[in-house]
Design a protein around this ligand. Sequence first.
Ligand code: 0T9
Length: 391
Amino acid sequence: GAAVPPAAKSSWGPFLKSIASFNGDLASLTAPPFILSSTSLTEYSGYWAEHPELFIAPAKEKDAAKRALLVLKWFLSTLKQQYSSRNEKLGSEKKPLNPFLGELFLGVWKDESGVIGETKLISEQVSHHPPVTAYAIINEKYGVKLEGYNGQKASFSKGTINVKQVGHAIYHLKEFDEHYLITLPSLHIEGIVYGSPYVELNKSTTITSSSGYVATIDYSGKGWISGKKNSFTATLTKEGGKDVLYTIDGQWNDKFTVKDGKSKSEVDSYNAKITKTTPLYIAPIEEQDPLESRRAWQKVQDAIGRGDLETTGAEKSKIENEQREMRKREKEEGREWERRYFSRVEEDPVFTKLAAKREITAEADKTSGIWVFDEEKYKKLLASPAPSEES
Ligand code: 0T9
């Protein structure tokens, strides 16, 4: 990636000092302008389904073990978009816009072939302090739904920002009435001292299915075995059984191969570099709801694009002040901001059941609650026309 541009060098030193003493709240970091992205974190939920054909593939598989394998393959295919796409497109990781409470990012992956069907994205900022984004991704044709929410807990040590993700995702297949609980990887941000930050994953994640399969993915970073960046090994096993049904290894931003656990012969492979993503269709700004990310941040985004710091700051302050006012009013009136598509619940029975199998906890105190996609709210909104600016 590109190092600190000469003109920005003077701002990087003070920034490094500020992160050294930072309190764990990523949103509170004031980064120098050249590292600011004009994309809001609510948009990141889209990374889960930039390959709609892989997202729905498990729905077409009749064999339960192969289905679990396809869920694992889809999950692995999302990692490149989630964790290295900004680096590849922008030259380094950039600091996203910190979404306001109630911010929405809505879109659809259209399907010209008519085979996959539409895949819808609903992303909503359900908490501002701490920042938490919830999302649902739905393909009606194949009865596939992903829902989840996540926040981050960060700490700084020896030149790296360590980020623990809190929250989880649940993948659902209607036809088989199957749920898959996906835990989110911890990550660390490298390259900070050189002014070209990038993400590396650590430790491991698991996918636990209600059908009795468990996938474990181990991230080895620069790969002390292979020496390659973004290496991982994954296994799929049947709960309670000792045999590994399948193994997958390689690099999540490059190639990986799927092997049969017994015969060790290759049964499938994936090349992240050549697999095309499907663009997400987003409504034109003038047709968007005022709470939709690109409409709400339009002036800030334009100003960042022009490198106009003064307007960036002024327009950001406008949004922040407006938000502060709204929170104040809600408090005075003893009510809470009504989330449009999600609801806070005491318990999500699907999560509880699957989490119990693997000692996974919800850490609701760090995400201002447990969040579920609210079908009732969604159906009501589908039935009624979009609210106008005045309402
Ligand atoms: C959920 C993802 C998450 C969001 C990002 C840590 C980070 C914000 C959260 C976890 C997505 O599904 C996956 C990918 C990347 C994560 C981001 C990487 C990153 O650096 C930012 C934080 C807030 C920063 O921008 C820190 C400033 C840094 C770029 C300069 C030192």
